[in-house]
Design a protein around this ligand. Structure first.
Ligand SMILES: *Cc1c(COP(=O)(O)O)cnc(C)c1O
Length: 352
């Protein structure tokens, strides 16, 4: 059993979201809460989103969408992974919006929803080849969607895609493909009024990528882009703490290891926050890790592995950069067995 704790500042999440809302207005924020809200815990995070005035959530799968619906009764909830007929039925019952990225799924969703006009968003493949209808098949696809809409089975409310955000040229090409697909859908008689293409980086940086909605995941949690700048008004919300379990010679053992979610490759590459200031992480073992000793290190001392500056330690993104991955990867790896604790300093202040 780990001594670790992931502490989440929900007022920070609200502030991040309000910063994003103001920055991209009049476009709106879709707050992406997949992967248990990037490891932060979907129930509390979605509730924070509602408090911040978020009107759209992106859930990836239906079970997550249902959990969002429980705390956000009036929000629009977009799910783009309907794997089974049962999930389509559940999505319909909970009034979720459904992303449809291929012809078979379109037929299946329409068949399950028969006559009930389920809200769908059609996905064009703009180059990522992850799912999405290829440009050459798009005219047939939208024509079929129009027929199913006329029959009352589906209501096409959105057109969407996903981009790599790796190179500006590729993104611009993707945007051209996307916008052409929207024109083709309109020419086929559809009237989608929710257009969404970009995620955090492109949506924040470039107004031409915002359309009606930007799907923000990372930035909502304060995870900046790898090698990207800090953004005013956005900061990490999660701090990962653990405790010292042994002090031997010049090694301090902390109760958090690779089985808890810490990549072994971080050993030798980062510092962690200790009562003696930042100290090198020497090694990551399965159940524990080893930190260089500081004066007076004692069993039971609190050590922060990442988080917003409390003991001078790194953010999840800084850790990620040390091993060539992205901040959200560090967060989603934190074991579900690590308790999540929610603090809300602003709410406490407001009540007094
Ligand atoms: C994860 C995801 C996002 C959010 O991406 P960030 O870079 O974390 O903002 C947006 N859209 C889709 C389809 C996703 O899967």
């Amino acid at each position: 059993m780990t001594d670790a704790l992931l502490r989440i500042d929900v007022s920070r999440i609200r502030t991040n979201l309000m910063t994003l809302r103001a920055h991209i207005a009049p476009a709106r924020v879709m707050f992406v809460v997949k992967d248990d809200a990037y490891g932060h815990g979907v129930d509390a995070v979605a509730a924070a989103g509602v408090q911040a005035g978020i009107s759209w959530f992106g859930s990836f799968d239906v079970p997550t969408g249902l959990r969002v619906r429980a705390v956000a009764p009036t929000a629009r909830v977009f799910t783009w992974d309907v794997a089974t007929d049962e999930q389509i039925t559940a999505a319909l019952a909970a009034d979720l919006d459904v992303g449809v990225g291929d012809r078979h799924v379109l037929e299946r969703v329409a068949a399950v929803a028969r006559g009930r006009g389920i809200r769908i968003h059609l996905k064009i493949d703009t180059g990522l080849h992850r799912n999405g209808v290829r440009a050459e098949e798009w005219p047939d696809f939208v024509a079929r969607a129009k027929t199913l809409q006329d029959a009352g089975d589906v209501t096409v409310v959105g057109i969407w895609s996903h981009i790599a955000e790796a190179s500006e040229n590729d993104d611009e090409e993707a945007r051209t493909v996307y916008e052409r697909a929207v024109d083709i859908a309109r020419a086929a008689g559809l009237s989608p009024d929710v257009l969404h293409l970009a995620a955090s980086a492109a949506g924040y940086d470039r107004s031409t990528f915002r359309h009606d909605l930007v799907r923000f995941g990372a930035f909502g949690y304060g995870v900046r882009s790898t090698d990207g700048p800090d953004i005013p008004g956005i900061a990490p919300a999660a701090t990962l703490f653990t405790r010292v379990s042994a002090v031997r010679g010049d090694e301090v053992t902390i109760a958090y290891g690779s089985l808890d979610g810490l990549p072994t490759t971080l050993g030798g590459h980062i510092t962690v926050g200790t009562p003696g200031g930042p100290q090198p992480l020497v090694r990551v073992d399965p159940a524990t890790s080893v930190v260089a000793q500081w004066p007076d290190a004692a069993v039971g001392d609190t050590v922060a592995i990442f988080g917003p500056g409390i003991l001078g330690e790194s953010s999840a993104t800084t850790l990620a950069e040390a091993i060539g991955t992205v901040g959200e990867e560090i967060l989603v790896r934190v074991s579900p067995l690590v308790p999540r604790e929610y603090i809300d300093p602003e709410a406490r202040g407001a009540r007094r």
